[in-house]
Unconditional design. Structure first.
Length: 127
């Protein structure tokens, strides 16, 4: 292994999980999910260590709240999502996102899906 990759050899999921547990339960859960989403856990080590490394710049409480927020709302890239949350102070926000169903007032100008499907069918029949 190249010299800058040799330290990865001493990492394993349990060790990374223990480091995350030292921050808090939410962070430990987040790290476990990040490790599980990769086919090979070693592919997630860098992201996990980046998340744990936020402890150098932010208090543990903020990282825990940000982790809880990521667990609640989901994430595509845990490291980048965590970074954005922490830098913008979003971990303090308590609102949750709920989708409100809106009732439409139907009238003759609202055609609906069937109208467009029949129009496509007619175009295909003309060909």
């Amino acid at each position: 292994m190249p010299k800058n990759h040799q330290e990865y050899g001493s990492w394993n999921p349990e060790r990374i999980g223990n480091w995350a547990s030292s921050i808090g339960e939410n962070t430990a859960e987040l790290i476990q999910r990040v490790l599980k989403e990769k086919e090979h856990p070693a592919l997630a080590y860098k992201a996990c260590m980046g998340i744990i490394g936020f402890e150098k710049r932010f208090p543990k409480e903020k990282i825990e709240k940000a982790s809880a927020r990521l667990l609640e709302f989901g994430f595509n890239s845990a490291y980048l999502s965590m970074k954005k949350i922490l830098l913008r102070g979003l971990e303090e926000r308590s609102e949750s996102f709920t989708v409100e169903k809106i009732e439409l007032n139907f009238h003759e100008n609202i055609r609906g899906a069937k109208y467009y499907q029949s129009e496509i069918k007619e175009e295909n029949d003309d060909k």
